[in-house]
Structures are given as C-alpha cells and as structure tokens.
Design a protein around this ligand. Structure first.
Ligand code: URA
Length: 488
C-alpha cells in the first residue's frame, strides 16, 4: 500500500477506489501511519474529483467503523424502591446540522426534545462537532461553560443519556476517531465543503451513535458550505440515502437559509448566553425578537424529532389514556400524534422554561462546574466578556438593513479568536459579535447595530468592526421577508 498512489489516483481521477483501498487508507490514517500532509493532499484531490455514491457510502462506514458502534439496550429497568420493573427504552432521535454562522440550535434542541417526555419520551444521544471554517461548533460553544467535558467514555455517554434523556459529546478515540482527526484537518485545509466529505463526516457520527432515526438541518447560502439550494439538496439526498441504508429510519432533512447569522450572537460564550435566555422560556416576549429565527428553527426541528420518534415507539398510550398498538415503521397514518401536535407541544415546553432544568442536568452530568454553571444561568451578565470592545452606533440616513452577510461575519469571528486558523488551536470562548439589529430591521441615527468582542487588542476590535460595517448593507427602502424558506 502506497499513500502516494492513493493521492495520485484521486488527483488524476483515474478510477474509483475499491472498498478495500478506502478501508486501508482510513485505517492507516487513524493508526497514524499516514501523516496529516498526505491526508490533506488526498482531501484536496477529493474536492476536485468527488467520490462516487458507492465510495461515499464506503468512506462513511470506514469512518464509523474506525471506532465503536454503540449498542443500546432494548429495555430499561426502573426501581421504585419496592419493585424493579423493566420497560422498553424510549426511542432515540438525533439531529445534525451541516454548519452555519450563529447556529446554536443543538444547545437548545437536545434538552428540549428530552424535556417533552410528558407527551413522548425520547432519548437524544448527540455527537456534535467543533467549529469548522467560518462556522461555529456546538462543542466549542458548550466548552465555554467551565468543566463541561465532551469527551465521555461510551459507558458514561450511555448512562447520561439514560439518566437525563440527552447528552452532547464529540468524536473521540473510542467513537468515530477517523472523523475526530479528519474534521480538525479539514477545518484548516479548506476542504470542508466537499459533498462526500461532509456526508461521511456527519453520517459516520450518526451511524456510530446509533439512534433509531435522525433529522438533518442542511444549510444553504454563503454562510454554509453549500452556497446554492441545489447543492444543499444534493447533500441532503446523499445523507438521507446513507442514513436509510444504515437503518436510521426515517432519516429526514430540512433545507434552511444560512445567508444571515442565526439569532443575535456569534461566538462561543455569547451564543451560549443567548441560548440560556431562551431556555428560561416565555419566548413570545418582545425581547426575543432578535432570536426569533433561531426559536422557529428549534421548535420545527423538535416537532419533527418527536413526530418521527413514534416510528419506533412501542405500546404508547394515546391522547385519551388508552393503549395503542405498536406503531410500525413506514406507517405514518398510525402514529398517535400529528406533526402539528408535536411541534405545538415543543413550543409550549420551550415557552414553559422547564427545558433549562434539563440543560442544567445534562451539563452537570458532563462535568460542568456547578457554581460556574449557576452563575452562567442566574447571572449571565456577570460572566466576563472579552477585554476589547468596539461598537457601531449608526449615524447615517435612516433606512433598513438589507444584508448581514453570514460568511463575512463568520470569517471575522474566526479572525478575532472565536474559530481556528491552525489545527487544534484553542478558541477564545469570549470573542464574538452581538447584533442589536437584524436583516429587515429599520435603523435610524443613534441606533446601536453591533458590538465586536476580542481579547487580541483594541486595534483588532476596531478593524473587525470596520469590516462588519463595510459588509452590512443598509438601504432606504423596506425589505419584506428577507429570510429564505424552510424546506422539508
Ligand atoms: N458537521 C460535521 O460534523 N461535519 C461536516 O463536515 C459539516 C458539519
């Protein structure tokens, strides 16, 4: 086996790799026999000469099988002090996003779905990623809460999911080690946006964590890795096919707009802070106006996850308390609750504020420092922000915001420390941007539009703000419906 042949063949687009060749290639890389520079060359060649659907499916399995594929118990035992009873475990559903700017959906979604157990008990075993390119990552965000440990053993991960109903971990040496290393390498070699590489990275983690079903949030727009909606659709179809072929049923996908940042915060702690405010509930309040796009996405995806969990639910009681029969996969007409009912329930649970307790339990179970977590939850404004701040107070002629280009904002957030430029760089939890206005909003002189936070220097904060000012488009005329549709 010669790594140079593997790279040369892909570069020349000579022929497809066999399953064996791909398997050896990934195995050797995980065993550190293929160095990063050779793998980086191959990844770049894949960007120019994409893998076929068969090669993509094989690469995905090779990633997943580089570690343990989780096995979940079919039954759980409960002990009420007198009696040990065994009952079927709840269905397991997960969600994964292809990545976006300000995309903090998972932080709210995992505890939300687990907190909907009064309607439908569901476990959410979530394996998420770090920041990639100009997009942020769930793991980096949660790591801004001191003590939180995303590297859980298989045993702990399963125990936390069983006890709390949800857990959010990253790829480790045990689970999906191939993606753990390749992810970090793609991040800093401009090889993220390849469709087969995205498919293998995302779907291998889902296959390894092994839920019953999954939903995918595939982003389109320049803030994502799939600029056009057609490209996002191709990625969604490829991932759905791989999911279904691996028994994740149903695998569903949303196509959602990533031309503008999601919510008002971009940057690790700043995004967690936005999520904590939402987890406290009462989300119809006007102060959540700038997070409304985020809240809608969370609720729609939670509804879908609850709805599709019913494909695997055994012996559920129906709305009038009677016992239903087994809901058979592939028979949506026999499911107890409609998608609409599931979505409304998710909204009510989020609005109630009780998801915060689920989030707290999950974070404590994953090692978060209790007093730091309490401070972050109870007094988020007392958590220190970055040392250097630059704020844009609008001085021009009144108008409407037409564009806050997500890609530029994401790139700026990386420059000021919120993302990585070299592999394994430590990200700055405090760096980022906070918007006080969004696309579609009116602005008049004196309005604050955005603040930039960095620990690098005041000059960097001022330069970053200047770049943001140049990127944001303000025009005299109103702009109806700036955001693109959500397509399922
Ligand atoms: N999320 C992942 O886990 N991998 C990708 O390639 C993109 C988003």
């Amino acid at each position: 086996f010669n790594p140079v042949d593997m790279i040369a063949r892909r570069r020349a687009n000579q022929r497809e790799d066999t399953d064996d060749e791909l398997q050896v290639w990934i195995q050797q890389y995980v065993q550190q026999k293929v160095p990063d520079y050779q793998m980086a060359a191959w990844l770049m060649a894949v960007c120019f000469h994409p893998l076929s659907p068969r090669e993509t499916a094989t690469l995905t399995r090779c990633y997943a099988e580089s570690g343990i594929i989780l096995d979940w118990p079919e039954e759980v035992a409960t002990n009420d002090g007198l009696l040990i009873t065994r009952k079927p475990r709840p269905p397991m559903v997960d969600k994964h996003s292809s990545g976006g700017v300000g995309d903090k959906v998972s932080l709210i979604l995992a505890p939300l779905v687990a907190a909907c157990d009064d309607l439908l008990p569901v476990w959410v075993p979530m394996m998420a990623g770090r920041g990639l390119g100009h997009t942020g990552g769930t793991i980096d965000k949660l790591e801004s809460l001191v003590g939180y440990n995303p590297r859980q053993s298989v045993e702990n991960f399963q125990k936390i999911v069983q006890d709390v109903g949800c857990a959010i971990i990253c790829a480790t040496r045990e689970i999906c080690p191939a993606d753990q290393r390749l992810y970090a390498l793609r991040d800093v070699t401009s090889t993220v946006s390849s469709l087969p590489l995205q498919t293998a990275s995302i779907m291998s983690k889902k296959i390894a964590e092994h839920p019953d079903s999954i939903t995918l949030d595939v982003k389109f727009g320049h803030g994502s890795f799939n600029p056009s909606i057609e490209e996002a659709e191709r990625l969604a179809k490829a991932m759905v096919a791989v999911g279904e072929a691996n028994g994740l049923h149903p695998t569903t996908a949303f196509l959602t707009d990533m031309n503008f940042p999601l919510g008002y915060a971009v940057g690790n702690w700043l995004e967690v802070k936005e999520c904590i405010e939402i987890l406290k509930g009462n989300v119809a309040d006007r102060r959540f106006k700038l997070s409304w796009d985020l809240i809608i996405l969370v609720v729609i995806q939670a509804g879908q996850m609850l709805y599709q969990s019913q494909y695997h639910r055994i012996g559920t009681t129906n709305e009038s308390g009677g016992s239903s029969s087994i809901s058979a996969p592939g028979e949506p007409s026999r499911l107890l609750y409609s998608l609409d009912r599931c979505t409304k329930h998710a909204y009510q649970v989020l609005d109630s504020g009780r998801v915060l307790e689920k989030f707290r339990q999950m974070m404590l179970a994953q090692g978060a420092d209790p007093s730091y977590l309490e401070q972050a939850i109870e007094e988020p404004n007392s958590i220190a922000l970055a040392s250097f701040v630059s704020t844009w107070t609008f001085e021009g002629t009144a108008g409407y915001i037409h564009d806050v280009p997500a890609k530029t904002i994401g790139d700026i957030s990386v420059t000021i420390g919120a993302g990585r430029i070299v592999a394994n760089q430590v990200v700055d939890a405090q760096a980022g941007l906070v918007f006080f206005k969004q696309v579609g909003d009116a602005v008049t002189a004196g309005d604050i539009i955005v603040s930039v936070y960095t620990n690098q220097s005041q000059e960097q904060a001022d330069n970053a703000l200047k770049a943001v000012q140049e990127a944001i488009v303000i025009q005299a005329e109103d702009l109806p419906n700036p955001r693109g549709p959500i397509i399922t």
